[in-house]
Design a protein around this ligand. Structure first.
Ligand SMILES: *Cc1c(COP(=O)(O)O)cnc(C)c1O
Length: 457
Protein backbone atom coordinates (compact mmCIF):
# COMPACT_ATOMS: atom_id res chain seq x y z
CA UNK A 1 0.00 0.00 0.00
CA UNK A 2 1.30 3.40 -0.92
CA UNK A 3 1.80 6.11 1.64
CA UNK A 4 -0.80 8.78 1.04
CA UNK A 5 0.92 11.71 2.56
CA UNK A 6 3.53 14.15 1.51
CA UNK A 7 6.50 14.91 3.58
CA UNK A 8 6.52 18.51 4.42
CA UNK A 9 9.96 19.63 3.58
CA UNK A 10 10.64 23.31 3.88
CA UNK A 11 7.26 24.51 5.14
CA UNK A 12 6.62 24.97 1.48
CA UNK A 13 5.59 21.64 0.20
CA UNK A 14 7.71 19.26 -1.76
CA UNK A 15 5.40 17.42 -4.11
CA UNK A 16 5.84 13.68 -4.03
CA UNK A 17 3.79 12.51 -6.98
CA UNK A 18 4.14 8.82 -6.10
CA UNK A 19 2.12 9.40 -2.95
CA UNK A 20 -0.84 10.37 -5.14
CA UNK A 21 -0.71 7.18 -7.16
CA UNK A 22 -1.74 3.55 -6.75
CA UNK A 23 0.35 1.76 -9.35
CA UNK A 24 -0.09 3.96 -12.37
CA UNK A 25 -3.50 5.21 -11.27
CA UNK A 26 -3.56 8.85 -10.23
CA UNK A 27 -6.01 9.30 -7.37
CA UNK A 28 -8.92 11.72 -7.67
CA UNK A 29 -9.13 14.63 -5.20
CA UNK A 30 -12.15 13.22 -3.32
CA UNK A 31 -10.16 10.06 -2.56
CA UNK A 32 -7.42 12.10 -0.93
CA UNK A 33 -9.46 14.51 1.20
CA UNK A 34 -9.35 12.24 4.26
CA UNK A 35 -5.60 11.71 4.37
CA UNK A 36 -3.53 13.86 2.04
CA UNK A 37 -0.69 15.78 3.63
CA UNK A 38 -1.22 14.30 7.11
CA UNK A 39 0.92 11.66 8.78
CA UNK A 40 -0.91 10.03 11.74
CA UNK A 41 2.39 8.79 13.21
CA UNK A 42 3.31 12.41 13.95
CA UNK A 43 0.13 12.79 16.08
CA UNK A 44 -0.13 9.67 18.28
CA UNK A 45 -1.77 7.73 15.43
CA UNK A 46 -4.88 9.93 15.42
CA UNK A 47 -6.80 9.21 12.22
CA UNK A 48 -7.88 12.85 12.04
CA UNK A 49 -5.51 15.76 12.07
CA UNK A 50 -5.78 17.33 15.55
CA UNK A 51 -6.49 21.02 16.02
CA UNK A 52 -3.09 22.57 16.61
CA UNK A 53 -4.51 25.25 18.88
CA UNK A 54 -1.25 27.03 19.42
CA UNK A 55 0.06 30.49 18.63
CA UNK A 56 3.73 29.58 18.51
CA UNK A 57 6.04 26.61 17.93
CA UNK A 58 9.07 25.51 19.96
CA UNK A 59 12.41 25.51 18.12
CA UNK A 60 14.78 22.57 18.72
CA UNK A 61 17.64 25.00 19.28
CA UNK A 62 18.69 28.56 18.45
CA UNK A 63 20.35 27.53 15.20
CA UNK A 64 17.06 26.02 13.97
CA UNK A 65 15.14 29.19 14.89
CA UNK A 66 17.72 31.33 13.12
CA UNK A 67 17.51 29.18 9.99
CA UNK A 68 13.69 29.25 9.91
CA UNK A 69 13.67 33.04 10.09
CA UNK A 70 16.34 33.41 7.40
CA UNK A 71 14.19 31.38 5.03
CA UNK A 72 10.83 32.84 6.06
CA UNK A 73 12.08 36.40 5.60
CA UNK A 74 13.82 35.57 2.33
CA UNK A 75 17.25 36.50 3.71
CA UNK A 76 18.72 33.48 1.92
CA UNK A 77 17.62 30.58 -0.25
CA UNK A 78 16.60 27.35 1.37
CA UNK A 79 19.12 24.52 1.02
CA UNK A 80 18.02 21.51 -1.03
CA UNK A 81 17.98 19.14 1.96
CA UNK A 82 17.05 21.72 4.53
CA UNK A 83 13.79 21.28 6.47
CA UNK A 84 11.68 24.28 7.22
CA UNK A 85 9.80 24.27 10.50
CA UNK A 86 6.81 26.07 11.87
CA UNK A 87 7.37 29.45 13.56
CA UNK A 88 4.16 31.23 14.55
CA UNK A 89 0.51 30.68 13.60
CA UNK A 90 0.09 33.98 11.74
CA UNK A 91 2.66 32.60 9.26
CA UNK A 92 1.27 29.09 9.22
CA UNK A 93 -0.02 26.18 11.23
CA UNK A 94 -0.39 22.45 10.42
CA UNK A 95 -4.18 22.73 10.12
CA UNK A 96 -3.77 25.46 7.52
CA UNK A 97 -0.86 23.84 5.67
CA UNK A 98 -2.69 20.55 5.23
CA UNK A 99 -5.89 22.36 4.27
CA UNK A 100 -4.00 24.43 1.69
CA UNK A 101 -2.40 21.29 0.21
CA UNK A 102 -5.77 19.60 -0.06
CA UNK A 103 -7.40 22.65 -1.66
CA UNK A 104 -4.64 22.68 -4.29
CA UNK A 105 -5.59 19.17 -5.42
CA UNK A 106 -9.03 20.17 -6.72
CA UNK A 107 -7.69 22.96 -8.89
CA UNK A 108 -4.35 21.42 -9.84
CA UNK A 109 -2.67 24.39 -8.13
CA UNK A 110 0.95 24.74 -7.07
CA UNK A 111 0.34 26.61 -3.83
CA UNK A 112 -2.57 27.71 -1.66
CA UNK A 113 -3.30 30.17 1.13
CA UNK A 114 -6.18 30.10 3.64
CA UNK A 115 -7.77 33.23 5.06
CA UNK A 116 -10.15 34.38 7.80
CA UNK A 117 -12.83 35.15 5.19
CA UNK A 118 -13.44 35.31 1.47
CA UNK A 119 -13.10 39.08 1.72
CA UNK A 120 -9.72 38.65 3.44
CA UNK A 121 -8.61 36.45 0.52
CA UNK A 122 -9.85 38.98 -2.05
CA UNK A 123 -8.48 42.05 -0.26
CA UNK A 124 -5.08 40.48 0.40
CA UNK A 125 -4.83 39.31 -3.23
CA UNK A 126 -5.74 42.73 -4.64
CA UNK A 127 -3.48 44.66 -2.26
CA UNK A 128 -0.57 42.39 -3.19
CA UNK A 129 -0.65 43.54 -6.80
CA UNK A 130 -2.40 46.96 -6.98
CA UNK A 131 -0.37 50.17 -6.70
CA UNK A 132 -1.30 53.88 -6.95
CA UNK A 133 -1.96 54.86 -10.57
CA UNK A 134 -3.07 51.36 -11.54
CA UNK A 135 -6.36 50.43 -13.17
CA UNK A 136 -7.97 47.22 -11.98
CA UNK A 137 -10.10 45.46 -14.62
CA UNK A 138 -13.15 43.58 -13.28
CA UNK A 139 -16.17 41.69 -14.52
CA UNK A 140 -19.55 42.86 -13.23
CA UNK A 141 -21.51 42.15 -11.15
CA UNK A 142 -18.99 41.08 -8.51
CA UNK A 143 -19.86 39.94 -5.01
CA UNK A 144 -21.26 42.96 -3.10
CA UNK A 145 -18.38 43.10 -0.61
CA UNK A 146 -15.81 42.99 -3.41
CA UNK A 147 -17.60 45.81 -5.27
CA UNK A 148 -17.67 47.85 -2.08
CA UNK A 149 -13.96 47.40 -1.44
CA UNK A 150 -13.11 48.26 -5.04
CA UNK A 151 -15.39 51.28 -5.36
CA UNK A 152 -15.17 52.78 -1.85
CA UNK A 153 -11.60 52.08 -0.72
CA UNK A 154 -9.26 51.40 -3.65
CA UNK A 155 -9.88 54.84 -5.27
CA UNK A 156 -8.58 56.48 -2.08
CA UNK A 157 -5.28 54.71 -2.74
CA UNK A 158 -5.22 55.98 -6.32
CA UNK A 159 -6.43 52.71 -7.83
CA UNK A 160 -9.13 53.07 -10.44
CA UNK A 161 -11.38 50.43 -11.88
CA UNK A 162 -12.68 49.53 -15.33
CA UNK A 163 -15.55 47.05 -15.50
CA UNK A 164 -17.02 44.83 -18.19
CA UNK A 165 -20.31 42.86 -17.98
CA UNK A 166 -20.43 39.10 -17.40
CA UNK A 167 -22.54 37.22 -19.91
CA UNK A 168 -21.07 39.00 -22.96
CA UNK A 169 -18.32 37.44 -25.12
CA UNK A 170 -14.98 39.01 -24.12
CA UNK A 171 -14.14 39.80 -27.74
CA UNK A 172 -17.06 42.27 -27.70
CA UNK A 173 -15.83 44.21 -24.67
CA UNK A 174 -12.04 44.03 -25.12
CA UNK A 175 -11.72 47.16 -27.24
CA UNK A 176 -13.81 49.27 -24.86
CA UNK A 177 -11.78 48.01 -21.86
CA UNK A 178 -8.49 48.91 -23.58
CA UNK A 179 -9.81 52.37 -24.43
CA UNK A 180 -10.86 53.08 -20.86
CA UNK A 181 -7.58 51.71 -19.46
CA UNK A 182 -5.87 54.22 -21.74
CA UNK A 183 -2.36 52.86 -21.48
CA UNK A 184 -2.18 52.77 -17.68
CA UNK A 185 -0.76 49.78 -15.81
CA UNK A 186 -3.28 46.98 -15.11
CA UNK A 187 -2.19 44.86 -12.13
CA UNK A 188 -4.98 42.30 -12.39
CA UNK A 189 -8.06 41.20 -14.28
CA UNK A 190 -10.55 39.94 -11.68
CA UNK A 191 -13.64 38.06 -12.77
CA UNK A 192 -16.38 36.21 -11.02
CA UNK A 193 -18.02 33.47 -13.04
CA UNK A 194 -20.81 32.52 -12.93
CA UNK A 195 -21.84 35.97 -11.72
CA UNK A 196 -24.02 36.43 -8.68
CA UNK A 197 -27.05 36.39 -8.86
CA UNK A 198 -27.57 36.31 -12.62
CA UNK A 199 -25.39 33.29 -13.47
CA UNK A 200 -23.86 35.31 -16.34
CA UNK A 201 -20.58 33.71 -17.47
CA UNK A 202 -17.17 35.19 -18.11
CA UNK A 203 -15.05 33.28 -20.62
CA UNK A 204 -11.90 32.58 -18.57
CA UNK A 205 -9.76 32.03 -21.67
CA UNK A 206 -11.15 35.30 -23.00
CA UNK A 207 -10.12 37.05 -19.77
CA UNK A 208 -6.60 35.63 -20.15
CA UNK A 209 -6.43 36.94 -23.71
CA UNK A 210 -7.67 40.34 -22.55
CA UNK A 211 -4.95 40.35 -19.86
CA UNK A 212 -2.33 39.52 -22.50
CA UNK A 213 -3.45 42.46 -24.60
CA UNK A 214 -3.01 44.73 -21.56
CA UNK A 215 0.57 43.61 -20.86
CA UNK A 216 3.26 46.24 -20.47
CA UNK A 217 7.01 45.71 -20.63
CA UNK A 218 6.52 41.96 -20.78
CA UNK A 219 4.46 42.04 -17.59
CA UNK A 220 0.93 40.71 -17.91
CA UNK A 221 -1.88 41.44 -15.41
CA UNK A 222 -2.55 38.60 -12.96
CA UNK A 223 -5.72 36.79 -14.02
CA UNK A 224 -7.83 36.20 -10.90
CA UNK A 225 -11.10 34.26 -10.84
CA UNK A 226 -13.51 34.21 -7.91
CA UNK A 227 -14.58 30.59 -8.27
CA UNK A 228 -16.91 30.48 -5.24
CA UNK A 229 -20.06 29.53 -7.15
CA UNK A 230 -18.94 26.43 -9.07
CA UNK A 231 -15.56 25.58 -7.65
CA UNK A 232 -13.60 23.76 -6.69
CA UNK A 233 -15.54 20.76 -8.05
CA UNK A 234 -17.35 22.05 -11.14
CA UNK A 235 -14.95 24.64 -12.59
CA UNK A 236 -11.14 24.77 -12.75
CA UNK A 237 -9.97 28.21 -13.91
CA UNK A 238 -6.25 27.34 -13.79
CA UNK A 239 -6.83 24.81 -16.58
CA UNK A 240 -8.03 27.71 -18.73
CA UNK A 241 -4.98 29.88 -18.09
CA UNK A 242 -5.95 31.83 -14.95
CA UNK A 243 -3.15 32.51 -12.45
CA UNK A 244 -5.15 32.68 -9.23
CA UNK A 245 -8.40 31.15 -8.02
CA UNK A 246 -10.13 32.81 -5.07
CA UNK A 247 -12.79 31.32 -2.79
CA UNK A 248 -15.17 32.35 -0.13
CA UNK A 249 -14.71 29.06 1.77
CA UNK A 250 -17.73 30.16 3.81
CA UNK A 251 -19.85 28.83 0.96
CA UNK A 252 -19.49 25.37 -0.65
CA UNK A 253 -16.05 24.53 0.76
CA UNK A 254 -17.22 25.04 4.36
CA UNK A 255 -20.66 23.94 3.26
CA UNK A 256 -22.48 23.88 6.62
CA UNK A 257 -23.09 27.61 7.20
CA UNK A 258 -21.03 27.43 10.38
CA UNK A 259 -17.71 29.06 9.48
CA UNK A 260 -16.45 32.21 7.74
CA UNK A 261 -13.28 31.54 5.75
CA UNK A 262 -11.53 32.15 2.46
CA UNK A 263 -8.77 30.75 0.30
CA UNK A 264 -6.79 31.27 -2.82
CA UNK A 265 -4.81 28.76 -4.86
CA UNK A 266 -2.77 29.15 -8.01
CA UNK A 267 0.65 29.63 -9.52
CA UNK A 268 3.40 29.39 -6.91
CA UNK A 269 5.00 32.76 -7.58
CA UNK A 270 1.63 34.53 -7.38
CA UNK A 271 0.45 32.80 -4.19
CA UNK A 272 3.87 33.24 -2.52
CA UNK A 273 3.55 37.02 -2.87
CA UNK A 274 0.02 36.93 -1.45
CA UNK A 275 1.17 34.78 1.46
CA UNK A 276 3.90 37.26 2.29
CA UNK A 277 1.38 40.11 2.52
CA UNK A 278 -0.93 37.82 4.49
CA UNK A 279 1.81 37.46 7.10
CA UNK A 280 2.15 41.22 7.51
CA UNK A 281 -1.50 42.25 7.49
CA UNK A 282 -2.48 39.20 9.52
CA UNK A 283 -5.35 37.81 7.43
CA UNK A 284 -4.51 34.11 7.81
CA UNK A 285 -7.21 31.80 9.16
CA UNK A 286 -6.73 30.16 12.54
CA UNK A 287 -6.26 26.44 13.28
CA UNK A 288 -9.89 25.86 14.27
CA UNK A 289 -11.06 27.23 10.91
CA UNK A 290 -8.50 25.04 9.14
CA UNK A 291 -9.78 22.00 11.00
CA UNK A 292 -13.44 22.76 10.19
CA UNK A 293 -12.65 23.18 6.51
CA UNK A 294 -10.71 19.90 6.39
CA UNK A 295 -13.74 18.22 7.91
CA UNK A 296 -15.87 19.83 5.21
CA UNK A 297 -13.60 18.91 2.30
CA UNK A 298 -14.21 15.22 2.98
CA UNK A 299 -17.84 15.58 1.81
CA UNK A 300 -17.35 18.43 -0.68
CA UNK A 301 -17.97 16.49 -3.86
CA UNK A 302 -20.94 14.55 -2.43
CA UNK A 303 -22.56 17.72 -1.17
CA UNK A 304 -22.02 19.72 -4.33
CA UNK A 305 -23.26 16.87 -6.49
CA UNK A 306 -26.41 16.33 -4.39
CA UNK A 307 -27.12 20.07 -4.35
CA UNK A 308 -26.63 20.33 -8.11
CA UNK A 309 -29.01 17.41 -8.77
CA UNK A 310 -31.65 19.00 -6.52
CA UNK A 311 -31.17 22.35 -8.22
CA UNK A 312 -31.90 20.82 -11.62
CA UNK A 313 -35.29 19.58 -10.39
CA UNK A 314 -36.12 22.89 -8.71
CA UNK A 315 -35.02 24.94 -11.73
CA UNK A 316 -37.12 22.85 -14.07
CA UNK A 317 -40.15 23.22 -11.79
CA UNK A 318 -39.68 26.98 -11.64
CA UNK A 319 -39.23 27.30 -15.39
CA UNK A 320 -42.64 25.66 -15.95
CA UNK A 321 -44.49 27.66 -13.30
CA UNK A 322 -46.95 30.31 -14.56
CA UNK A 323 -45.90 32.88 -11.89
CA UNK A 324 -42.22 32.77 -12.88
CA UNK A 325 -41.19 35.02 -15.76
CA UNK A 326 -37.76 33.54 -16.33
CA UNK A 327 -35.13 31.43 -14.61
CA UNK A 328 -31.36 32.02 -14.58
CA UNK A 329 -29.80 28.59 -14.19
CA UNK A 330 -26.82 27.21 -16.06
CA UNK A 331 -28.60 23.87 -16.50
CA UNK A 332 -31.30 25.63 -18.50
CA UNK A 333 -29.09 27.48 -21.01
CA UNK A 334 -30.61 27.01 -24.44
CA UNK A 335 -28.69 25.92 -27.51
CA UNK A 336 -28.96 29.39 -29.04
CA UNK A 337 -27.63 31.15 -25.92
CA UNK A 338 -24.35 32.91 -26.76
CA UNK A 339 -22.93 31.60 -23.46
CA UNK A 340 -23.57 27.90 -24.12
CA UNK A 341 -20.15 27.46 -25.74
CA UNK A 342 -18.44 29.08 -22.74
CA UNK A 343 -20.46 26.87 -20.39
CA UNK A 344 -19.44 23.72 -22.25
CA UNK A 345 -15.80 24.79 -22.36
CA UNK A 346 -15.24 25.67 -18.71
CA UNK A 347 -18.06 24.34 -16.50
CA UNK A 348 -18.33 20.70 -15.50
CA UNK A 349 -21.89 20.99 -14.13
CA UNK A 350 -24.48 23.73 -13.58
CA UNK A 351 -24.11 24.04 -9.78
CA UNK A 352 -26.91 24.85 -7.35
CA UNK A 353 -27.58 28.60 -7.54
CA UNK A 354 -30.84 29.63 -9.19
CA UNK A 355 -32.26 33.10 -9.61
CA UNK A 356 -35.66 33.81 -11.10
CA UNK A 357 -38.09 36.57 -11.78
CA UNK A 358 -41.31 36.31 -9.76
CA UNK A 359 -44.47 37.89 -11.14
CA UNK A 360 -45.45 41.15 -9.43
CA UNK A 361 -42.03 42.76 -8.95
CA UNK A 362 -40.71 43.31 -5.41
CA UNK A 363 -44.12 42.65 -3.87
CA UNK A 364 -44.42 39.30 -5.62
CA UNK A 365 -40.87 38.30 -4.72
CA UNK A 366 -41.45 39.26 -1.06
CA UNK A 367 -44.72 37.33 -0.94
CA UNK A 368 -42.88 34.29 -2.26
CA UNK A 369 -39.96 34.63 0.15
CA UNK A 370 -42.19 35.28 3.17
CA UNK A 371 -44.29 32.19 2.47
CA UNK A 372 -41.37 29.71 2.32
CA UNK A 373 -41.46 27.13 5.10
CA UNK A 374 -38.63 24.67 4.59
CA UNK A 375 -36.26 27.06 2.81
CA UNK A 376 -34.85 29.75 5.11
CA UNK A 377 -34.79 33.45 4.23
CA UNK A 378 -31.10 34.28 4.56
CA UNK A 379 -28.18 35.50 2.49
CA UNK A 380 -25.11 33.29 1.90
CA UNK A 381 -25.13 30.13 -0.17
CA UNK A 382 -23.52 26.76 -0.69
CA UNK A 383 -24.55 25.24 2.64
CA UNK A 384 -26.39 21.98 3.25
CA UNK A 385 -29.64 23.87 3.86
CA UNK A 386 -31.49 25.70 1.10
CA UNK A 387 -31.50 29.48 1.47
CA UNK A 388 -33.48 32.12 -0.40
CA UNK A 389 -33.01 35.88 -0.58
CA UNK A 390 -33.91 39.02 -2.55
CA UNK A 391 -30.75 40.33 -4.28
CA UNK A 392 -32.20 43.76 -5.17
CA UNK A 393 -32.77 44.78 -1.54
CA UNK A 394 -30.27 42.51 0.21
CA UNK A 395 -26.98 41.27 -1.28
CA UNK A 396 -26.99 43.83 -4.11
CA UNK A 397 -28.75 46.74 -2.34
CA UNK A 398 -25.64 48.92 -2.56
CA UNK A 399 -25.58 48.95 -6.38
CA UNK A 400 -26.99 52.03 -8.11
CA UNK A 401 -30.61 51.18 -9.19
CA UNK A 402 -30.03 51.89 -12.90
CA UNK A 403 -26.88 49.75 -12.84
CA UNK A 404 -28.80 47.03 -10.99
CA UNK A 405 -31.47 46.97 -13.69
CA UNK A 406 -28.77 46.86 -16.40
CA UNK A 407 -27.17 43.86 -14.71
CA UNK A 408 -30.53 42.05 -14.67
CA UNK A 409 -31.06 42.38 -10.90
CA UNK A 410 -34.72 43.32 -11.19
CA UNK A 411 -37.19 43.98 -8.31
CA UNK A 412 -38.90 40.63 -8.92
CA UNK A 413 -35.67 38.62 -8.83
CA UNK A 414 -35.26 36.02 -6.05
CA UNK A 415 -32.28 33.72 -5.53
CA UNK A 416 -32.18 30.24 -4.08
CA UNK A 417 -29.10 28.32 -3.02
CA UNK A 418 -30.29 24.73 -3.16
CA UNK A 419 -29.23 22.41 -0.33
CA UNK A 420 -29.24 18.67 0.26
CA UNK A 421 -32.89 18.22 1.31
CA UNK A 422 -35.15 15.86 -0.68
CA UNK A 423 -35.95 17.56 -3.97
CA UNK A 424 -39.67 16.75 -3.70
CA UNK A 425 -39.83 18.63 -0.39
CA UNK A 426 -38.07 21.61 -1.93
CA UNK A 427 -40.49 21.66 -4.85
CA UNK A 428 -43.45 21.37 -2.45
CA UNK A 429 -42.15 24.38 -0.51
CA UNK A 430 -41.43 26.50 -3.58
CA UNK A 431 -44.81 25.54 -5.07
CA UNK A 432 -46.82 26.48 -1.97
CA UNK A 433 -44.89 29.75 -1.57
CA UNK A 434 -45.68 30.68 -5.16
CA UNK A 435 -49.36 30.15 -4.35
CA UNK A 436 -49.07 33.17 -2.04
CA UNK A 437 -47.81 35.39 -4.85
CA UNK A 438 -50.51 37.78 -6.05
CA UNK A 439 -52.95 36.93 -3.24
CA UNK A 440 -54.47 39.98 -1.50
CA UNK A 441 -52.83 39.34 1.88
CA UNK A 442 -49.63 37.56 0.78
CA UNK A 443 -50.88 34.40 2.53
CA UNK A 444 -51.13 31.03 0.89
CA UNK A 445 -54.81 30.40 0.01
CA UNK A 446 -56.25 27.70 2.32
CA UNK A 447 -56.68 25.00 -0.29
CA UNK A 448 -53.26 25.52 -1.89
CA UNK A 449 -49.93 23.93 -1.00
CA UNK A 450 -49.24 21.02 1.35
CA UNK A 451 -48.35 21.85 4.94
CA UNK A 452 -44.63 21.49 5.49
CA UNK A 453 -43.89 21.00 9.16
CA UNK A 454 -40.62 22.46 10.19
CA UNK A 455 -38.96 20.24 12.76
CA UNK A 456 -37.68 22.07 15.80
CA UNK A 457 -39.05 25.50 14.93
C1 LIG B 1 -19.53 35.24 0.01
C2 LIG B 1 -18.71 35.60 -1.15
C3 LIG B 1 -17.52 36.35 -0.97
C4 LIG B 1 -17.07 36.87 0.36
O1 LIG B 1 -16.74 35.83 1.23
P1 LIG B 1 -16.81 35.93 2.84
O2 LIG B 1 -16.36 34.58 3.26
O3 LIG B 1 -18.21 36.25 3.20
O4 LIG B 1 -15.87 37.01 3.23
C5 LIG B 1 -16.76 36.60 -2.10
N1 LIG B 1 -17.13 36.19 -3.32
C6 LIG B 1 -18.27 35.49 -3.52
C7 LIG B 1 -18.65 35.06 -4.90
C8 LIG B 1 -19.09 35.18 -2.45
O5 LIG B 1 -20.23 34.50 -2.65
Amino acid sequence: MAKYYKERVSGKIKQQPETMMIGDKKLQPESMMMSYGYDPSLSEGAIKCPIFQTSTFVFKNSEAGKAFFEIALGLREQGPKEEMGLIYSRLNNPDLEILEDRLCLWDGAELGAAFQSGMAAIATSLLTFCRPGDVLVISQPLYGGTEYLIHHYLPEFGIEVVGFPAGVPTAEIAESVRERVAGRRVPAVLSETPANPTNGLVDIEGAVELARSLAQGGERPVVMVDNTFLGPVFQHPLEHGADLVIYSATKFIGGHSDVIAGACVGRREVVEKIRTLRTFIGTAAGPWTGWLLMRSLETLKMRMTAQMKNAQYVARFLSQHPKIKHVNYLGLLSEDDPMIAVYRKQCVAPGSLISFEVEGGEKGAFQFLNALKLISLAVSLGGTESLAEHPGTMTHADIDPAERERLGITPGLARISVGVEHFEDLIADVGQALDAVGSADGKVPAAAGPEVVRAGR
